[in-house]
Design a protein around this ligand. Structure first.
Ligand code: DGT
Ligand code: CA
Ligand code: CA
Ligand code: ZN
Length: 607
């Protein structure tokens, strides 16, 4: 991938980087106004109603309050090269662990600077020891109470499992692959482990490198500037810790013998255990290095009888075990091995199967981009349709639309569709677009606390498609929450239940629903359950998606985009659907526009 092909960082990512620059400057003791300049720019970029990096990289430097030419140049540098020299230099000057310490609640850059300069604190451990010994409170500006809160924050942080969301892990992996793949001797670099199985969170990265020169790639990795600690480095392996907290394990694979390495380091551990048992039954011992023939004592044969079988790719490994190739997403020992033996593995849905997206927002509610910009971005991605689903009236925090605004929005959408039709007639389609793209009028309909829907039936009937969700009164008892979700499912006008569990990974727990009842009602009424692709949501989870399609539910894989770049969130939804054994026929947005509209129009007859 050349730097020009990389997706521009979203506004949230840009804001995060500029905030970190502000923090790093403050830790270094820079003047307050300089620090504040970066924090102000971060705030403004986060709120900007357009994709800042994409616009700036394209030469469109629209003014943003607080973003002058120096910061604007840095945005362009990051968007076009994937790096920001100033940020990299600051990170190199300030110990990376100090940035980690900043993430602890109650610890700001002033505290970090004071502890670093005054007590030589550089790691979390140093900080804990200093706090336990009561030495932090001796520093200017730190009270005994603050010291106590810091200790509390450290304990909370250590109790929490440190797993990274899939999108961040993927970004780190993409970056490392790019930095490693031109090392002399390297044929390919494959991120394995939980990331390759597309788990929603990733504990550490496992990088497999097929190479003729293992030493070269080990030294390349351990010498990278993003590495803040080398945990171990050998002839064919290395483990390092990155500045942003992720651990990376690298394994070199011999050229031509990668098959068993890929299987072993992709896992899961449970899947591997099951494969090894099959190998044993067939007289072989399976490890990452290959299959060793077992002798009469059930131990690998030695001397003249020793035999090692290796394979260049995974297909050959599974074939040797009498199995068809099992996709990485299925390797969890949840029935995939039996299915592979019997040749009845599912044909998993792919991103290319999706013809459109049923859930996206514009700046009419809480999105960042105007309607036309969202629609244009979906069109250029080759979508056949996008359903605009701004929030309904009672969700005031998200600027929900009252019925009058809904009417206005319908007119805006009709005008856009007329323009698309005219362009098609004139034979002038934007790059990437397919003929027949239509922007559909939908809404994200609140299910109110009392179970009533947020618009009346007359208004609901006029939408092309309605997505309903529960955002308020999340702590009601199970009966109540289930009843509300069923009210939406049984409505003659609701087509999709958005993010059914309402979870935020690492943030908000699931709604307490009677899932069997929800799935049964959704299946009976042909109401689709969403697999929301936003990385902190991924809701339905893979397990629930699998349970749902097993009882005959339809799914919708949606982006829930709040800005154009987030239209790409479909990919994360597809990943989880695949982990849930979901096939194209289970997913309503694999259907062409006319079939989709017919399905939605048919809802009143199904309830
Ligand atoms: P993670 O990192 O917690 O998100 O999950 P994984 O699945 O990436 O686990 P990890 O990094 O510990 O190991 C990567 C793969 O390597 C794992 O899926 C299976 C394989 N593996 C590594 N160590 C062992 C082991 O001691 N026993 C077995 N059976 N497999 C192992
Ligand atoms: Ca791993
Ligand atoms: Ca690992
Ligand atoms: Zn939404």
């Amino acid at each position: 991938m050349s730097p020009g092909d990389r997706p521009a960082p979203g506004n949230a990512e840009l804001a995060r980087i500029f905030r970190e620059i502000g923090d790093l400057l403050e830790i270094r003791g820079e003047l307050v106004f300089k620090v504040q300049a970066y924090q102000r720019a971060a705030d403004a970029i986060e709120r900007a109603p357009f994709d800042v990096a994409a616009a700036y990289a394209a030469g469109d430097r629209r003014p943003i309050p607080g973003v002058g030419s120096a910061i604007g140049d840095k945005v362009v540098e990051l968007a076009t090269t994937g790096r920001m020299g100033f940020h990299d230099r600051l990170r190199a000057e300030v110990p990376a662990s100090l940035v980690e310490i900043l993430a602890i609640p109650g610890v700001g850059p002033k505290t970090v600077r004071a502890a670093w300069q005054g007590l030589g604190v550089e790691t979390l451990d140093d900080l804990r020891r200093a706090a336990e010994a009561g030495r932090l409170r001796e520093l200017r500006g730190i009270s005994a109470g603050t010291e106590q809160r810091i200790l509390e924050g450290i304990r909370q942080r250590e109790a929490r499992p440190r797993r990274m969301l899939i999108d961040r892990a993927q970004a780190v992996a993409d970056d490392l692959v790019e930095r490693l793949e031109d090392t002399p001797g390297v044929r390919r670099v494959v991120p394995a482990g939980s990331l390759r199985r597309r788990r929603e969170t990733v504990g550490d990265l496992d990088l497999l490198v097929e190479t003729t020169d293992a030493q070269a790639v080990v030294s390349r990795l351990t010498g990278l500037d993003v590495v803040d600690r080398v945990l171990g480095a050998g002839d064919v392996r290395a483990s390092v810790h990155l500045g942003d907290g992720l651990q990376v394990d690298l394994m070199a694979m011999p050229p031509g013998g990668a098959g068993t390495y890929l299987v072993h380091f992709t896992g899961s551990a449970a899947h591997n255990v099951a494969l090894r048992a099959i190998a044993r039954d067939r007289g072989w011992s399976l490890s990452e290095k290959g299959f060793l023939r077992l002798g009469p004592d059930d131990e690998p044969a030695t001397g003249a009888d020793a035999e090692l079988r290796t394979f260049p790719d995974e297909g050959a490994v599974y074939d040797f075990l009498g199995l068809t190739l099992i996709e990485p997403e299925l390797r969890e020992d949840r029935g995939e091995i039996e299915a592979a033996r019997e040749g009845r593995l599912p044909t998993l849905v792919t991103r290319a199967d999706l013809r459109g997206d049923l859930h996206a927002h514009s700046d009419w509610s809480d999105g960042a981009d105007p309607i036309a910009v969202m629609a244009d971005a979906a069109r250029r991605r080759g979508h056949g349709y996008l359903v605009l689903t701004d929030h309904s009236q009672s969700l005031a925090v998200a600027h929900g639309l009252d019925p009058a605004r809904v009417e206005q929005q319908r007119a805006v959408i009709a005008a856009l569709n007329a323009r698309y039709a005219a362009e098609e007639d004139a034979g002038s389609l934007p790059e990437g677009a397919v003929a027949g793209f239509r922007l559909l009028h939908g809404c994200e309909l609140e299910v109110r606390a009392d179970g009533r829907l947020d618009y009346d039936d007359e208004l609901l009937a006029r939408f092309d498609l309605v997505v309903a969700s529960v955002h308020v009164a999340r702590r009601q008892p199970r009966d109540e929450l289930t009843r509300r979700t069923l009210a939406a499912i049984r409505s003659p006008h609701v087509d999709v239940i958005a993010h059914p569990a309402g979870r935020i990974i690492g943030g908000r727990p699931d709604l307490d629903l009677d899932w069997d009842v929800v799935f049964a009602a959704a299946a009976e009424t042909g109401t689709a359950l969403e697999l929301n692709g936003s990385p902190p949501r991924l809701d339905l989870s893979a397990d629930r998606a699998r349970a749902a399609v097993e009882v005959g539910c339809l799914l919708a894989i949606d982006s829930d985009a709040h800005r154009t770049s987030e239209l790409d969130f479909l990919r994360w939804g597809v990943d989880q659907a695949r982990r849930g054994w979901v096939e194209p026929r289970h997913v309503v947005n694999t259907r062409p526009l006319d079939d989709l509209l017919a399905w939605a129009a048919d809802k009143p007859r199904r309830v």
